[in-house]
Design a protein around this ligand. Sequence first.
Ligand SMILES: [Zn+2]
Length: 255
Amino acid sequence: MTRIPAPMAGAGRARGGFAAAACLAAVAGGGQAAIAAPADARAGLVEVDLDSDIRYATRRNFTGRALPGYCEPKPLLLRSAARRLLAAHAELGRTSGLGLKVFDAYRPVRATRAMVRWAERTGNRRLLDGGYIARRSNHNLGTTVDLTLVDVSREGHPELDMGTRFDAFTPRSATLDATGTVLRNRLILKRAMEGHGFRNYAREWWHYDSRRPGPRPLDVPIGVSPRRSAGPRPPAGCRTAAPPRPPPPVRESGT
Ligand SMILES: [Zn+2]
């Protein structure tokens, strides 16, 4: 696996545990964040080697089950977005001893469709209408990331208090709907991300987009190599990689 040099971070990853072995060795030696590439060269996606907890690859998300297309818990982004994210992480480490932890990044179109079906099936259409679950998400473009702050100076890189959990569909998730330490933490994250070309979705403190003209929605499963996808029993939702679709208009929305 090849690696792309990335800016120095304030500290290396302590957990996340999902990057390839080659990447783990790299950060253990030099405390560097790195991009593991290519996750899917055709799609232009690369893996970002930061602390991560990819909830949609597990049952620990609002649907209660892993979403289709999340065959492995890896944070993938388009290369340009990955570079900006790593730069934000490195700057946080230098200036405040903090770092970034990723909950979600690139999301296959099939996973977005599964979220919509879940909302319709469970009587949660209000989440679609209220802007919490997007029918067309910028996550499908590989330019958007859900994340929080961690203290990289402490064992286990604990998360900072952001007031609500990730994917809490409540007005209290609005970035500026907070006070005291929680507001301060949200603004530290906002300042760091906006300084590197990301834009916050005001209803969700964790959601940041770096969309530029050009990217198209992708439906490439996360973490499936051609050899694995041709195996006898591929994971559900990981059997095929549909060709990219023409770009529909993408409105600003969350999750
Ligand atoms: Zn999001």
